[in-house]
Design a protein around this ligand. Structure first.
Ligand code: AMP
Length: 172
């Protein structure tokens, strides 16, 4: 089942800049059965784990995060690019595989002690997810695991997220 998901993710060479092979998950999302499989496989891992909230990272992480939250009967929290969230925020900066950016979370999005899964489409260097771990911890949330559809093994993002746990459905 995971092999089928791997096959349907499209490689786009040299996007958004030369040398990057972009893992395009739109081809997976637009295939009904693959999308359902992705959500079910992630969901089964966390059912019964008392997940209160799934934090989705803008933008593709919203798709994975919202669907997973629905499956778990959990709430969904949005982590967004600066200036997009209307209420008081915490902000964290990070470096990407291709650039630098910041992310924000509403200060009241997570209550102290709430059990959180962080969700995104892809783990590369881990900089993005690490910033989100910091944001969640600043609100008082407890990060149970970081969940990804795709993990790029050679960039070792998993190491950067230690001691937090990482799970990915598909690895390259
Ligand atoms: P990183 O912070 O290096 O782990 O990068 C992860 C973030 O950048 C995720 O939100 C991904 O959507 C995006 N990203 C980084 N590298 C790629 C790639 N090769 N293909 C698709 N998305 C990527």
């Amino acid at each position: 089942m995971v092999e089928q998901l791997k096959k349907i993710i499209r490689d786009v060479p040299d996007f958004p800049k030369k040398g990057i092979i972009f893992k395009d998950i739109t081809t997976l999302c637009q295939d009904a059965l693959s999308f359902q499989r992705m959500v079910d496989l992630l969901g089964h891992r966390y059912i019964g784990k008392d997940v209160d909230l799934v934090v989705g990272i803008e933008a593709r992480g919203f798709i994975v995060g919202a669907a997973l939250a629905y499956k778990l009967g959990a709430g969904v929290v949005l982590v967004r690019k600066p200036g997009k969230l209307p209420y008081k925020t915490h902000r964290a900066s990070y470096t990407l595989e291709y650039g630098e950016d910041s992310l924000e979370i509403h200060q009241d999005a997570i209550k102290k002690g709430q059990r959180v899964i962080i969700a995104d489409d892809l783990l590369a260097t881990g900089g993005t997810a690490k910033a989100v771990v910091d944001l969640v911890e600043r609100t008082g949330g407890k990060v149970l695991e970081c969940a990804f559809l795709v993990e790029l093994n050679e960039l070792d993002g998993r190491k950067r997220l230690l001691p937090h746990k990482v799970f990915s459905l598909v690895q390259y």
